[in-house]
Design a protein around this ligand. Structure first.
Ligand code: MG
Length: 373
């Protein structure tokens, strides 16, 4: 196993004192820096607490052991912080971004996002969970008397918008302030990849618990899994299959994280970039895996055996149909929307109000709304 002597890329860290600041200026805190404050604000937000009752891949109620969106978020944060501290990047900025990365997810995960997007396209608009997350932190959270939203720093809001894709200049005039054409800080670039490590390995673990595939299936489809499993079987021949499986998943997480650290260092060295401004000006992101093979094999297996397995496909169809139905119901009966909500959103068209209202719901609250006629 490769060892790392950090802090390897400390020169590329985003210096907190160089933040572009908040939309509504605030006096500094005596001992918490700006990114530290952002992280704390996110943890205290209602949108963050709602993550507990939003599904990741498997609906709650089947088992208490599956990840929900909150436990997934904590795993992403842990992975991202490990990478950031090993590389010498800003851990507070990284953690804030990891903790906020899924607050824009509607109920029922991707089925919910796709259905809301489909509904909005009927009105020539779109729904995207990253843009929605920005609206949550900029407007929907109402906790402070002096400003709407959480008043987060520019870099955290930029990281939310650029979670998985950079912005092309002119692509979306509403997002023009978030430096289209430039890469986000390296801390923000880590989040999408930490997310990928967390959900691929967690989906493998949860789907195995749900008996969606056998040990033999994953050994055949993912050569890296087979190699690690052979090693674990040799080391612990008497251990139960379940424990051997856990050992392999544990090492897989570790190897993917190490691969992300190595890959990012290699790319940084090759680019010759010297500081956070150089990171922004590169024509592609610096953060990346040294080898895409393990992640690619894992993804391919999960795609076939989990995401597109019949039980999950029909569950998504059922959830999407319920979202579509509730959307139509609120459109036909806007008086059923909460009064304060409509007042606050007074300048928006009805379909946007309905979309925002449903998008903020937890899975449990959605079901209560859906079932009360
Ligand atoms: Mg995520």
């Amino acid at each position: 196993m490769k060892t790392f002597a950090g802090p390897l890329l400390a020169g590329l860290a985003f210096p907190v004192e160089r933040t572009r600041g908040r939309r509504f200026p605030e006096p500094p805190h005596p001992y918490r820096n700006e990114f530290h404050r952002d992280r704390d604000r996110i943890v205290h937000s209602r949108a963050f607490r709602r993550l507990e009752n939003k599904m990741q891949v498997f609906a709650s109620g089947i088992s208490d052991h599956f990840r929900n969106r909150l436990t997934h978020t904590i795993e992403v944060s842990q992975i991202a912080r490990t990478v950031a501290s090993t590389l010498g990047l800003d851990e507070d900025l990284t953690e804030a971004l990891a903790l906020v990365h899924d607050v824009g997810h509607p109920p029922f995960a991707h089925a919910g996002e796709e259905e809301l997007n489909r509904q909005m396209q009927r009105y020539g608009e779109t729904f995207n969970h990253n843009v929605h997350a920005l609206r949550v932190v900029d407007a929907f959270e109402q906790r402070y008397a002096r400003f709407p939203g959480l008043n987060l720093t520019f870099e955290v809001r930029e990281g939310i918008v650029k979670h998985s894709h950079d912005l092309e200049p002119g692509a979306d005039p509403e997002l023009d302030e978030y430096l289209p054409g430039l890469r986000p800080p390296l801390e923000a670039q880590l989040i999408d990849l930490a997310d990928e490590i967390a959900y691929d390995t967690a989906d493998l673990d949860d789907a195995y618990s749900a008996r969606m595939f056998s040990l033999a299936d994953v050994r055949t489809a993912v050569p890296e899994f087979e190699r690690l499993h052979d090693r674990i079987e040799g080391q612990f021949p008497g251990a139960p299959e379940r424990v051997q499986f856990q050992e392999v998943v544990r090492i897989l997480v570790d190897e993917l994280v190490s691969d992300l650290v190595t890959g990012t260092i290699e790319r940084a060295e090759k680019s010759g970039v010297e500081d956070h401004e150089g990171v922004r000006r590169l024509d592609r992101r610096l953060a990346g895996f040294a080898s895409d093979e393990t992640a690619a094999h894992l993804k391919c297996f999960l795609h076939d055996r989990v995401s597109f397995a019949e039980p999950l496909v029909s569950e998504r169809r059922r959830c999407a149909a319920m979202i579509g139905e509730l959307f139509d119901r609120f459109q036909a009966h806007p008086e059923r929307l909460p009064e304060n909500y409509v007042e606050e959103m007074a300048n928006q068209p009805l379909h946007r109000i309905v979309c925002d209202y449903i998008a903020g719901m937890t899975d449990g609250f959605f079901m209560r709304c859906y079932e009360s006629r």
